[in-house]
Design a protein around this ligand. Structure first.
Ligand code: AFP
Length: 336
């Protein structure tokens, strides 16, 4: 049996290997791991608490106020970052504005974190996998002062780390610091994330496409052409691809990381900017995809080259195997 490498060991080995890797980033990644274990426990208890332990209305059997799981997850990650001491501020899907931490220790933090604490949360009630997505930047504001809006709206190509946690049949943490992508599976018996998917590479091609095809008549013609290509026998596999759409971005993305595939959430007549958020959904997954040999674009432009203007801005999202994203882009270009 090969040696088990825990996330903590892996991060410290990585820190030793890269002189630039400071203990600060190591601390943040560990804080994320601890918060993820707590959220994983809560996600796996959700069915019990809601249906079996007799949660009544907004309070549970202990008389505690019942909070939505994504709010609970959001508070868990914010607490981890605020008390970890390396992060000066955060932006999250669950908070309208960014949060600049007020302690002197936090003001001296050199990083900001943008995250979606529990993406796919509409799937909790039907027991479908959900995920956390995070993106880490060096602050651009003055150390010692409060974090600023400019810290939060940096381009994706400035990320120093990014990752996701998938609360699926097992709980996995997958991240990059710009030197490849590595995946860790939580072993509940020892409470540790263990290296299970070293040096992850997204297959350059695949035959799985993930899109809400209910939007097929309200998206652009070039995308309809691409979906028709996927469904035809004249594509690169000479046989129709398979549609796989879970309705949970992290789950769809992770499957494509392993098997190859493309995930598309396009602009539509009802969502002209698409649905997914640039800062804490698209940029972090784009960083991971590119580090694993994949691509992430709006259908026209590289995701990580977009200058954000707002915290919660949305972008059309085409992400996955390189050949598949390129083919989708060529179909779109052919009709423009
Ligand atoms: P929720 O977090 O509101 O469940 O949204 C999930 C999501 O952002 C992404 O994870 C899914 O791929 C996508 O939305 C599903 O959107 P549609 O229901 O419009 O297909």
């Amino acid at each position: 049996m090969s040696k088990v490498t825990t996330l903590n060991e892996f991060i410290l080995e990585g820190q030793a290997a890269h002189s630039f890797a400071t203990g600060e980033l190591t601390r943040i990644l560990n804080d994320i791991a601890v918060a993820s274990k707590i959220v994983s426990r809560d996600v796996r208890r959700a069915g019990l608490v809601d249906h079996i332990l007799g949660a009544q209305g907004n309070t549970n059997v202990q008389g505690e106020e019942q909070q939505k799981l994504d709010v609970v997850a959001d508070e868990q990650f914010i607490k981890a970052f605020e008390y970890g001491g390396e992060v000066c501020g955060i932006a999250s899907e669950e908070n309208d504005d960014f949060v600049a931490f007020q302690s002197e220790t936090s003001k001296n933090g050199k990083y900001v974190v943008l995250f979606d604490p529990l993406d796919g949360s509409s799937n909790i009630d039907v027991n479908v996998s959900i995920g956390t997505i995070f993106s880490i930047y060096k602050r651009v504001s003055t150390i010692g002062e409060e974090a600023t809006f400019e810290d939060m709206i940096q381009m994706g190509n400035q990320q120093v780390a990014a990752g996701y946690v998938l609360y699926g049949s097992s709980t996995m943490l997958v991240y990059t610091t710009g030197d490849g992508v590595n995946g860790f599976t939580l072993d509940p018996s020892i409470g540790e994330f263990c290296l299970s998917h070293p040096n992850m590479k997204m297959p350059v091609k695949g035959r799985l496409y993930a899109m809400n095809e209910g939007n097929i008549n309200i998206c652009e013609e070039g995308l309809r052409d691409y979906i028709a290509y996927c469904q035809s026998s004249e594509n690169d596999y000479q046989a129709p691809y398979s549609g796989r759409y879970i309705g949970s971005l992290v789950a769809d993305f992770h499957r494509n990381m392993i098997k190859g595939g493309i995930y598309i959430y396009p602009e539509t007549t009802t969502a002209p900017e698409g649905r997914l958020r640039l800062l804490y959904e698209c940029n972090p997954l784009a960083f991971i995809a590119e580090q694993a040999g994949g691509l992430a674009t709006t259908g026209r432009k590289r995701i990580m080259d977009i200058q954000p203007q707002q915290l919660h801005e949305r972008v059309p999202f085409y992400i996955g195997s390189k050949n598949m994203v390129e083919k989708a882009m060529s179909c779109i270009a052919a009709k423009n």
